[in-house]
Design a protein around this ligand. Structure first.
Ligand code: BDP
Length: 679
């Protein structure tokens, strides 16, 4: 019977509703009528009412009350809701309540009286979009905000309609801020002509509660202001920023503020003038203060020739703790290096006790297979947010040290580097949409599990109408398993056991542990990170090595410092380990490395099989698109496994265990064909 049904469904699949993914997780249409009672009118409330009418899946003919009324238990833009009433302190809270209620209806979850408050006050997407329309580390087409054919920054109706859809998608998951341009910012962003375009964007985003922010170049006063310096203590420079900020607020009264990458990877900053990060950030913060603007100042800094790049941010920023104005938030990447498939948490979390600190996560898959690999990132973010910092005893997780539960931060915030472009499905890979979704949901509630988020996302993104039991068993369950396993699998086939940054240079897609030209900064080459030699492999960050472990609080410091107690997931991050070291599995380190790469590869092949089986339960367009991406992923995984095993074998001089499939490529071939020879 089951077989029969599958065959019928298989042939029907192409006739199921065609979908290009453009509707994201917002595909539900109403199934009945609803009467809305709301005594106020505003653009945001109009959207709330439209959404209810268009998406209502509750009892047909029901009445719902939208009630803006203060309640101490409701925080910020949070809300209280039942099946028939949404109460909030703000209009935006009402809109968020509407989206939550519709989500519950679609997921067929009962609604009792409940309060939902956001974990973070500011939930911001960082777009690394350049003004010519390209996107740094973007894998889903050109920018939705900027086009290279712009003449005088013209704004078309098509632009506005994309921005509206973008704003709606964000609001539906609680995102309330967007930085519109690359952290490697162009000074031209602050010209009057460009600010007028920013105003046009802000006007479309505003009713959805999305505030607009800009990345700014620290040297703008000299580059476009005609000043001789950009020294943050120079009165003319201070005056320039004050005037510029006044101009911005005259155009965009609710402008959010600035994001700044300073003295990092060649960007200008206060240190160019002998000043500190705090001097630079405070100058901007003072100018923004009268308007309620904030500064998000990035702690992503490292210098050439440092013994250990992982130590740098902590060394530079810890002495400044307590020296930042209260409208500054220091934005810290989840790990101490750079968005690797797995990193321990950044030791600044929990350590900076007198400064508002916000996590920066990367939604775009720069180091996780671009928009080719299927990798669901929520488990990685969950791992980071739930990491124990021990800075204030047990329970001081990264989440709690940043969301205001432990330290009285003036502002709480979280940022995600967006994976959005002009591609019809927004993110390049249909499953990359789940990462945008997951970021928003975690920013709203940092205690949600990746499993729950995946479940919600799959149902909203793929189910049509009332799904059958068969759909739950043969679609939802296996697809969820693929998603939940996918990140650990990516770690296995790229960088198991604490390996990090062994990517091919420049595009960070394939492997490149061999890439180390003499004339390139050492910390931009993989051998700096893996340090393979005939004894073993891994970066010694123990007390007798670079001492990075000492940036962590006890008991974590001692645990990481000791080869026997360091979790194997971080082994080669913290230790230089002998190839013959006995692992928990009883295997040698070398064998374990081989098995991990092999297991990663096998799992991706399993994903292909699992995916092929779900064909009868979904539309053909998205099915084939994902199938094809999985094939490319499998090819790339083969390169990772063969390349890394053959390369490291030159040092271990040990055989690849004989029950493992043999490499099919020559190392030379991989090096020649898959390494782009520039940093
Ligand atoms: C690295 C990227 C680079 C970014 C930089 C940053 O490779 O393109 O500019 O981070 O975050 O991950 O500033």
């Amino acid at each position: 019977m089951r077989i029969c049904l599958s065959i019928i469904l298989f042939f029907m699949a192409p006739y199921l509703r065609a979908e290009n993914g453009h509707e994201l997780w917002l595909r539900a249409k109403n199934t009945g009528e609803v009467t809305i009672v709301c005594s106020k009118e505003s653009p945001t409330l109009t959207i709330a009412k439209q959404e209810l009418t268009q998406g209502w899946q509750g009892k047909s003919g029901a009445k719902i009350v939208l009630n803006i009324k203060k309640d101490k238990a409701i925080k910020g833009d949070g809300f209280k809701f039942t099946e028939n009433e949404i109460q909030a302190n703000t209009e935006l809270g009402i809109l968020y309540g509407v989206y939550e209620l519709l989500r519950r209806q679609q997921l067929k979850q009962a609604v009792k009286e409940e309060i939902s408050n956001p974990s973070y006050e500011l939930r911001v997407l960082n777009h690394w979009d350049n003004m010519d329309g390209t996107i740094e580390r973007g894998y889903a087409g050109a920018s939705i905000f900027w086009h290279d054919e712009d003449k005088g920054y013209a704004v078309t109706d098509k632009d506005k309609s994309i921005w509206r859809e973008y704003a709606r998608a964000n609001a539906s998951i609680g995102i309330n801020g967007a930085v519109l341009n690359n952290v490697n910012a162009s000074q031209l962003m602050l010209t009057t002509e460009c600010l007028k375009k920013v105003k046009a964007i802000a006007e479309v985003l505003r009713p959805y509660g999305i505030k607009t922010y800009l990345s700014v170049k620290f040297s703008s006063p000299s580059l476009i202001g005609g000043l001789k310096t950009a020294d943050p203590l120079d009165p003319a420079v201070i005056g320039w920023w004050k005037n510029k900020i006044k101009e911005i607020y005259s155009l965009i009264p609710d402008f959010g503020g600035f994001l700044v990458k300073a003295n990092s990877e060649g960007q200008p900053g206060p240190q160019d003038f002998g000043r500190t990060h705090a001097d630079g950030a405070n100058m901007m913060a003072d100018a923004l203060k009268p308007y309620g603007g904030i500064v998000m100042w990035r702690a992503f800094v490292y210098e050439a020739n440092s013994k250990d790049r992982a130590c740098q941010a902590y060394k530079e920023f810890m002495p400044l703790d307590g020296k930042f104005r209260d409208n500054i938030i220091v934005q810290v990447k989840n790990g101490p290096i750079d968005f690797q498939p797995r990193e321990p948490f950044n030791p600044l979390f929990g350590a900076m006790k007198k400064t508002s600190v916000m996590p920066e996560l990367q939604i775009t898959q720069e180091y996780l297979g671009h928009s080719i690999h299927l990798v669901y990132l929520a488990p990685m973010w969950e791992e980071c947010l739930n990491s124990e910092t021990y800075q204030e005893g047990i329970g001081s997780t990264v989440a709690r040290t940043t969301d205001g539960s432990i330290f009285p931060q003036k502002h709480t915030a979280i940022a995600g580097v967006a994976n959005i472009g002009i591609d019809a499905n927004w993110c390049g890979h249909h499953f990359a949409q789940s990462n945008w979704y997951a970021f928003g949901r975690l920013a709203w509630n940092n205690q949600l599990t990746s499993e729950k988020i995946a479940d919600e996302w799959i149902k909203q993104t793929f189910a049509n109408g009332e799904p059958s039991n068969d759909w739950y068993v043969n679609f939802l369950a296996p697809v969820k398993q693929i998603m939940l396993k996918s990140r650990e699998v990516a770690v296995d086939y790229m960088m198991p056991l604490g390996f990090h940054h062994i990517f091919a240079p420049s595009d960070h897609y394939g492997p490149g542990p061999w890439w180390g030209p003499q004339d390139v900064r050492k910390d931009w080459t993989p051998p700096y990170y893996h340090k393979a030699d005939t004894f073993g492999v891994g970066f010694d960050r123990t007390i007798s090595g670079s001492d990075a472990v000492s940036q962590y609080s006890e008991p974590l410091r001692s645990q990481l410092n000791n080869l026997q107690t360091c979790p194997e997931t971080y082994l080669l991050w913290f230790h230089h380990v002998s190839w013959s070291h006995k692992m928990q599995s009883g295997r040698t380190l070398w064998d374990e490395i081989c098995y991990r790469y092999d297991a990663g590869q096998k799992q991706v092949r399993e994903f292909q099989k699992e995916w092929d089986k779900v064909q009868p339960y979904m539309d053909a367009e998205r099915f084939f698109a994902v199938q094809s991406k999985l094939r490319s992923q499998s090819q790339n995984v083969r390169i990772w496994k063969d390349g890394c095993l053959l390369y490291f074998q030159q040092f271990s001089k040990m055989p690849i265990p004989y029950d493992i499939e043999r490499p099919v490529y020559e190392l030379d071939y991989i090096i020649k064909n898959f390494t782009i020879d520039k940093p």
